[in-house]
Design a binder for this molecule. Structure first.
Ligand SMILES: Cc1cc2nc3c(=O)[nH]c(=O)nc-3n(C[C@H](O)[C@H](O)[C@H](O)COP(=O)(O)O)c2cc1C
Length: 357
């Protein structure tokens, strides 16, 4: 036991030093999309802590695609300088730098969680009117989004493509397209949020069309040698919504488009979904997609203990383990896991060796 968690994985020409990745986590700490010292220390310390891959928070490909006005962005070249510093530091610690490219769709323009007041940010407070496949608001107190025209969809597709090009210029080795959690791409997939009457709504094939066009555009400009990930919500947890069966079909298409790994999350589409709150509750999605589609996956969601992570890998249910809140509690989660499990690794930075148990 306890061998796989600290074994390397190769995807395309990129080697992950172990199977532990930092799941994207919004920091709501940017101004005008810029990364700053917070991001450098936050992401950098988790690279010091031994993660194989440190992925940025949802990074907006255009300003109206931000969840909050304080989101990280990559819609202009000026954003690259600080991002480059961050990727350089992460790599200097032996980790890989990944970036999650995102568009918030109808869930854009909301207040950061720790600020008081109603969630949506009003126009007079610096908010904006969100866009979506269809003019259906996320929730009762949310604004009615503007339905995207075909032309505007092309602009967004281009913005994702530009984001990928900039990610390369900034030194990232992994791009993760955010197609989960009720944001724009997921909104096209789910019949709950996509009720378009054109070729991009209705049948499963039509609902997958724009998401697949974005992925195709991304893969076209992302170097062959680097892996492309897509994060999906495997289910909306609501009957009549997006579900695991559709996720399997979508994952097959993603594989055909050159996607290397599916990050198997869930939920986020509607506020009334009832989501189980138990350890590893999303692992069965990763298991099914990995083994039925034949594509590497990352499992995540309430994976907090090293033996639990190891067991998921040993049972062939995932290739990577993504951890979010566990990494907020302890940036050195992998170092401590290795020590506790008495696994000899070279993960410890020389500066910290005297603390190694
Ligand atoms: C503070 C915070 C911010 C998050 N931001 C993002 C995000 O930017 N993109 C994303 O895909 N998921 C985001 N998530 C979800 C996590 O990546 C992860 O999927 C979820 O927290 C379950 O993993 P955990 O149980 O290890 O925390 C966020 C979670 C937290 C706690």
């Amino acid at each position: 036991m306890n061998k796989m968690l600290f074994s390397p994985l190769k995807l395309r020409e990129v080697v992950f030093r172990n199977r532990i990745t930092v799941s994207p986590m919004c920091q709501y700490s940017s101004e005008d999309g810029f990364a700053n010292n917070w991001h450098l220390v936050h992401l950098g310390s988790r690279a010091v802590g031994g993660a194989a891959l440190v992925t940025t928070e949802a990074t907006a490909v255009e300003p109206r695609g931000r969840i909050s006005p304080q989101d990280l962005g990559i819609w202009k070249d000026d954003h690259l300088e600080m991002l480059k510093q961050i990727t350089t530091f992460i790599e200097s610690q032996g980790a890989l730098a990944g970036i999650q490219l995102a568009h918030a769709g109808r869930k854009a323009s909301t207040r950061r969680p720790w600020d008081s007041g109603p969630r949506p940010v009003k126009l007079e407070e610096g908010g904006w009117i969100p866009v979506a496949p269809t003019s259906i608001p996320y929730d009762t107190n949310y604004p009615v989004p503007i339905e995207l025209t075909r032309r505007e969809m092309q602009v967004i597709e281009k913005a994702f493509q530009k984001g990928v090009e900039r990610a390369y210029a900034a030194g990232f080795k992994v791009v993760e397209i955010h197609a989960a959690h009720g944001y724009l791409i997921h909104e096209f997939l789910s019949p709950l949020s996509n009720q378009r009457k054109d070729d991009y709504g209705g049948s499963l094939e039509n609902r997958m069309k724009f998401p697949l066009e974005i992925v195709k555009a991304a893969r076209k400009v992302w170097p062959e040698k680097y892996p492309l990930f897509v994060r999906i919500s495997a289910t909306d947890w609501v009957s009549g919504g997006w579900d695991l069966e559709q996720s399997v079909v979508f994952s097959k298409k993603l594989k055909e488009e050159g996607v290397d790994l599916i990050v198997c999350s869930s939920g986020g589409m509607v506020s009334y979904a009832e989501i189980p709150d138990e350890p590893g509750y999303q692992v069965p999605f990763s298991d099914r997609i990995r083994n039925e589609v034949g594509i590497p996956t990352a499992a995540l969601g309430l994976i907090t203990e090293a033996p639990q992570a190891e067991k998921i890998l040993q049972e062939g249910k995932a290739d990577l383990i993504a951890i979010a809140r566990g990494f907020l509690r302890d940036p050195y989660w992998p170092l401590m896991a290795a020590s506790r499990l008495q696994i000899e690794t070279s993960l410890w930075p020389a500066q910290y060796l005297r603390a190694k148990g």
